[in-house]
Design a protein around this ligand. Structure first.
Ligand SMILES: [Fe+2]
Length: 94
C-alpha cells in the first residue's frame, strides 16, 4: 500500500487528531485499492461462486469507504464542505 504518511515519522508537532485524519485518508485509499483489486479479479473469473463471493465483498468494501468518509468528515469538517461542493459542481455539468 502507498504510504503518504508514516506513523513512525511522528514528530512533536503532530497531534493525535492530525494522525487520525491522515490515517483515515490512508484507510480510504486502502478500501478503494481493495475494490479495484476485487473488481479486476471479478472480471477474470467465470466461476459463479467466486463471482458471487467477490461481488458481496466489493459491496462490503464500498460500505467501508462510506464509513471512513463519515469518520473523516466528522474529524475534518472542511473535507466534508469541499466534498459536498465538488458533488454540486459535478451535478452542474449535466
Ligand atoms: Fe474493507
Amino acid at each position: 500500500m502507498r504510504r503518504f504518511f508514516n506513523i513512525l515519522d511522528n514528530s512533536n508537532n503532530r497531534t493525535n487528531n492530525f494522525l487520525t485524519i491522515q490515517n483515515t485518508r490512508e484507510d480510504i485509499i486502502g478500501e478503494l485499492d481493495a475494490i479495484i483489486q476485487y473488481e479486476n479479479h471479478l472480471e477474470q473469473t467465470n466461476d459463479e461462486r467466486a463471482k458471487e463471493t467477490i461481488q458481496d465483498i466489493v459491496k462490503e468494501e464500498m460500505l467501508h469507504v462510506g464509513q471512513l468518509f463519515g469518520l473523516l468528515f466528522s474529524l475534518d469538517p472542511l473535507s466534508k464542505t469541499q466534498f459536498e461542493k465538488g458533488i454540486k459542481e459535478f451535478n452542474k455539468q449535466d
